[in-house]
Structure formats: structure tokens, C-alpha cells
Design a protein around this ligand. Sequence first.
Ligand SMILES: Cc1ncc(C[n+]2csc(CCO)c2C)c(N)n1
Length: 220
Amino acid sequence: MTFFDRLKAASAADWHSYVDHAFVRQMGEGTLPQPAFRHYLVQDYLFLIQFARAYALAIYKSPSLGDMRQALAGVKAILDMEMDLHVELCAGWGLSRTDLERAREERQTMAYTRFVLDAGGQGDLLDLMVALAPCVLGYAEIGRRLAATPRGLDPANPYARWVAEYSSEGYQEVAAGFAAWLDRIAADYATPARQPRLEHLFAQASVLEADFWQMGLEAA
Ligand SMILES: Cc1ncc(C[n+]2csc(CCO)c2C)c(N)n1
């Protein structure tokens, strides 16, 4: 069992409400109302800016040069790949860079990103990685699952591009790399005394992910 599997098992209900949220299911079926997705996309762009800062904190918190390089690769993946996808998707949905830059952060966006930054600020690399894990690994799980549904990758599904991105080999490899890195850090730093706090961080981040989807749904 990987450390990630252990965290998921400990917060099964919260994890499920995140990865199997109605927003996710409706993306897979292609029935998600467009305003919900547009609202999500704009907020997710703002989310990624703060999330990149949180990931950058992992460089600072790294105990070794190898960890620093791993964290740096994650920061680059967000700034150079993930954010480009957003600008491309936004353009496809009629949202310009100006629309993105003018948007105000919603409370859910603030809550989630500041939570991760604070978990990392207070704790060590393991605390930070556990708070980042639902984001990095949850989207890989969602992408894989939606890609296996009948309409997930159907060109007629308006959200197929999103599903394709997170189910892609490239992204699945990024996620597997993160899970393996988390395993190594946990092997060195996780102790039975720390486990409840780590499980709590993971569960909270999963709840904040579910709230993020809900914010999108409520905008429609
Ligand atoms: C709310 C929210 N949660 C997770 C992701 C996914 N995500 C964020 S950064 C990143 C790259 C990590 O290497 C990935 C996959 C998102 N976009 N928005």
C-alpha cells in the first residue's frame, strides 16, 4: 500500500465527495452547464497562481538537492504546462487573458490556496506534500476515471479536452512521480505520532477540493 492509498483510506468519505462530485460526473457526461465550467476555469487560473507559490515552498522546505529538483519540476509543470492549458481552454470558452486578470478570487479559492500555504509554512516537506496531494493526485484519478466512461473522451463532449489533459500519459506520469516522491518522504519522516495530523491535512484538502467544484456548480 502506498502512503497515498493509506491517506485515501483514512478519509474515504471526503475523498469520494471530491473525486466523484456532481461537477466531475457532469463533465464526464458532457452535461455540465457552460457557466459552471467557465466560472471554475477562471477561479482555477487564480488558484494555480497561488498553488505555484505553495509548490515553490516545497523547494525551500526540501531536505536534499534531489528533493529541490523534484519540487522545481513541479513548479515548472504548473507555470509552463498547466497554466497554458488554462489560457487555451479559456480562449476556447470565450474568456480572454484580461477576463482572467480582472477576476476576483472567490472565498473558496482563497480558502483552499491559503490552507495549503499555511500547512507548508507551519510544517515540514511531508506536511506540505500531504496538503498538495489531493490536488496533484486527485486530478489524475478523475482524469483516468472519466476517460474510461462512454462520453469522457467523445469529441462531442465539450469537456473532452479537459479529460484528455488529465488522463494523458504525460500527466499520469507527473502524478505517479509525485506519489513515488511522497512515498520516499513519508518513509523518512512519517511517524505514528504524526499520522493523525497528516490524515487531517489530507482530509481538509479533499474537502476544499469538493468545495471548489461546488463553487463552480453554484455559479450556473
Ligand atoms: C482546484 C484544483 N485542484 C487541482 C488541480 C490540478 N492541478 C493543479 S496544479 C497541477 C500540476 C501539478 O503538477 C494540477 C494537476 C487544479 N487545476 N485545480
